[in-house]
Design a protein around this ligand. Structure first.
Ligand SMILES: C[S@@+](CC[C@H](N)C(=O)[O-])C[C@H]1O[C@@H](n2cnc3c(N)ncnc32)[C@H](O)[C@@H]1O
Length: 297
């Protein structure tokens, strides 16, 4: 059962059974201090399109308090096998880490992904230009899924490494290397590649934000499907439930549906729900649409 919901993320628990989800992907407003306008998928100036969402806050403290309540609500949705991915940038991610430590417990921190967006460097007058965003990963319980062997989490070994170390071959022709670490023997196969690690450079943001590419909806801050595809593959299994309480243009929902997961996607904005709905229909994905009448922040 898929559900697209117009609601405040703080109320996600009213629509998702406690402990039902294997992945919660949260891509909230980053605390930028501006409003975001949309544009037509075919192009045009962003500022002239209808406002998609407001990212202005009374203070950084007000923003973090707002965020904490929504992280806590998402945490309630997660099963023992669940993981939360919180997507932010340099503006708030450090305070948000402390919030997540409070909500999940410090030991639940699984690590972070640095997503190098591939966008050009801007605004570098007072310090380094920010060309990355950060995703914090927290385990919902003891059995958090991590599909390390999924091909989307692998990349080819370096050519030099292949030439130097992968000197053995199995009877059926697979090249491999063996290493003994702390008395244990490990075998690595060349055709499986190595783990992509925590710095992701191969999911360009531009793909989701240029009218030249089919996946662009015109909704601002839309993320590339490739990024969400990897996240969904990494932290959930086929048939499980994926929750996205800030679904925007619905990128995570599309990735989840394509990978055979069900989803609950929520957003407070009418344009986001319209955009996600059209996108899902275009994919041939069946879903229920629900509007929760409750004042937002
Ligand atoms: C960064 S965008 C999400 C983009 C999305 N991941 C995508 O790929 O299109 C943040 C979204 O949070 C939504 N939002 C803001 N406040 C919200 C709230 N209280 N509850 C739910 N959604 C909210 C905005 O309308 C906006 O669509």
């Amino acid at each position: 059962m898929n559900l697209l919901l117009r609601a405040d993320a703080v109320d996600i628990g009213l629509h998702v059974q406690k402990g039902a989800a294997e992945l919660a992907y949260l891509d909230p407003p980053f605390g930028v201090g501006t409003t975001f306008g949309s544009r037509s998928p075919r192009g045009g100036a962003r500022a002239q399109g209808p406002t998609a969402y407001d990212d202005r806050w009374a203070s950084p403290i007000a923003y973090i308090a707002w965020l904490e309540a929504r992280i806590a609500a998402a945490r309630e949705c997660l099963s023992d096998a669940g993981t939360m991915w919180l997507h932010l940038d340099h503006r708030a991610v450090h305070e948000a880490k402390a919030v997540c430590d409070r909500v999940f417990g410090r030991k639940a921190f699984l690590g972070e992904i640095i997503w190098a967006t591939g966008n050009g460097a801007r605004g570098a007058r007072r310090g380094p230009a920010m060309t990355h965003q950060t995703l914090l990963l927290y385990a919902g319980g003891r059995e958090a899924v991590w599909n390390a062997r999924d091909p989307s989490l692998r990349e080819p070994f370096a050519t030099t490494s292949l030439a130097m170390h992968f000197t053995h071959t199995t009877p059926d022709g697979r090249r491999f290397r063996e290493r003994t670490i702390a008395g244990r023997k490990y075998r690595y196969y060349a055709d499986e590649g190595r783990a992509v690690g925590s710095v992701w450079t191969d999911c360009p943001a531009m793909v989701a934000n240029t009218p030249l590419r089919g996946e662009t909806t015109g909704y601002p801050t839309q993320k590339p499907v490739k990024l969400l595809d990897r996240i969904v593959r990494a932290s959930s299994r086929a048939g499980s439930l994926v929750v996205d309480p800030f679904c925007g243009a619905g990128t995570c929902l599309v990735a989840a549906a394509r990978l055979g997961r069900s989803f609950v996607g929520a957003d407070i904005g009418a344009l986001a729900i319209k955009t996600s709905g059209e996108r899902l229909r275009g994919e041939g994905v069946a879903f229920d649409l629900r509007v929760q009448s409750r004042p937002s922040r």
